[in-house]
Write a protein of this length. Structure first.
Length: 407
């Protein structure tokens, strides 16, 4: 074979390999990676057809009725239910790490009052990394310290911004209160009723983890570069903020208030369907039946309203869920976790724009569990693409370009 023939043969091989790779990419490409496994994980499991959700194999219903949020966070992060001693130690550590650096409080004082609390949380979570910049990802003590700090300090930062954006001093955490009671106390300086604290704790359990959703995927991609856990959580917070993801719970309340009455539910829904507008709090990439978390949340809402009084938005929500099932059930569109959660938070007197930060407070447990799992068997995420652009395009000197840019 001559040199020319050899180089032609090599060029043909490269071209064939490129075409094969492009062809493989075309076969596997799914918008939004729908149905494409992005990782292996043993943290949680969903069966979207049957409406099943398990954390480390335990059905969510059992955890919602019998466990606490910190106990559930321990299960997710360390992979097993804690013994009584392990749980007491974990709760003690978190209780005594709730305070935030004054420099982070001072930074928050510069945030605009009109800024969204999710943006404030993302900035503050990233800022935590400035104080704990050592990246000892192979040191179990470093891992545990980061888990404790993030679980302990995220609620304090959410509550602090709520106070400071109005010019008030933040309400200091109280070491004699449990996790959910303390958070609600930091929002209002009032100790909540035990039922209010328990319902809130159940909400945190239900929002703690949900396999490889968008924000958890962000967390794993960020973790795979071996950056610090504060950057991992900040990346996930930014992803959760979107209205198609965690931001939906705030939008649901806006929608229920806009509907205004049970009589207006169907005209409102028909208008959404005509406009092909998404109804917030409904639909799910995985669940093709009602989200099991929505069912549990609905029960929690009823408990709260029996004690604290009814809310007209609940009647509107129940009527809307019925109407959506009639109209869109055939497309497998049912209520998801965001549909009823806002009704709980509103009854607890929590401002609407804190609903998604509360989702983040809970989901920190899941993000940290995935961070640890990613580190245990890491390979940096680097998917491929299907290139749809030009090749060998000419560079045209500035003076030779027409004034009209190409459409
Ligand atoms: C969360 O992934 C997770 O696990 C997320 C989460 C978690 O715990 O981490 O469960 C939390 O994010 C819950 C979802 C909260 N978001 C919302 O409530 C916003 C409204 N929902 C939709 O935007 C939507 O349902 C998604 C984003 C949740 C899922 O979107 P998909 O899977 O990409 O579905 P799609 O947009 O491709 O829609 C498929 C069809 C379309 O109709 P056609 O064009 O085929 O005729 O269903 C329709 C959509 O128009 N559809 C809806 C709808 N959701 C889907 N139509 C009206 N209202 C809706 N809410």
């Amino acid at each position: 074979m001559t040199v020319a023939e050899a180089s032609k043969a090599e060029a043909n091989t490269v071209e064939a390999n490129t075409a094969e790779a492009d062809n493989k990419a075309c076969i596997e490409f799914k918008p939004g990676l729908e149905g494409i496994p992005a990782t292996k994980s043993s943290i949680s499991y969903i069966n979207g057809q049957k409406g099943i959700l398990e954390y480390r194999g335990i059905p969510i219903q059992q955890l919602a009725s019998g466990a606490g949020f910190l106990e559930t966070a321990y299960l997710l992060i360390w992979g097993h239910l804690p013994s009584e001693k392990e749980l007491v130690e974990f709760e003690y550590e978190i209780c005594h790490h709730r305070r935030i650096k004054y420099r982070i409080r001072d930074m928050m004082k510069c945030f605009p009052e009109t800024g969204h609390p999710m943006d404030a949380l993302q900035a503050s979570a990233a800022a935590l990394g400035l104080f704990y910049s050592r990246r000892a990802l192979d040191d179990p003590e470093y891992i545990r310290a980061a888990v404790v700090r993030l679980l302990a300090k995220i609620p304090t930062m959410v509550a602090a911004f709520k106070q400071m954006r109005k010019g008030h001093d933040p309400i200091q955490p109280r070491d004699d209160l449990d996790y959910s009671t303390n958070f609600l106390y930091m929002l209002t300086e009032r100790e909540p009723d035990p039922l209010e604290a328990r319902v809130f704790d159940v909400c945190l359990i239900l929002h703690a983890e949900h396999t490889i959703n968008a924000s958890t995927f962000s967390a794993r991609v960020t973790a795979s570069t071996l950056t610090d856990p504060y950057a991992v959580v900040a990346s996930a917070v930014g992803t959760l903020a979107g209205p198609l993801h965690g931001g939906a719970n705030e939008e649901v309340l806006n929608m229920l208030e806009e509907i205004g009455s049970v009589e207006n539910v169907r005209p409102y829904l028909n208008s959404c369907i005509e406009r092909k507008a998404k109804i917030m709090g409904f639909g799910h990439r995985v669940y093709k039946v009602k989200d099991p978390r929505a069912t549990i949340l609905q029960d929690q809402v009823k408990k709260l309203f029996e004690k604290l009084g009814q809310d007209r938005c609940y009647d509107i929500a129940v009527e809307l869920e019925k109407a959506v099932e009639e109209k869109l059930g055939k497309k497998n569109i049912y209520a998801n976790v965001d549909f009823y959660s806002g009704l709980v938070y509103r009854k607890l007197g929590i401002p609407k724009d804190l609903f998604t930060p509360i989702f983040a407070i809970a989901r920190v447990a899941g993000w940290l569990a995935h961070w640890k799992e990613q580190l245990a068997e890491n390979r940096i995420y680097r998917p491929t693409q299907i290139y749809t652009g030009a090749h060998n395009a000419p560079y045209i000197a500035l003076g030779d370009r027409s004034s009209q840019s190409p459409s």
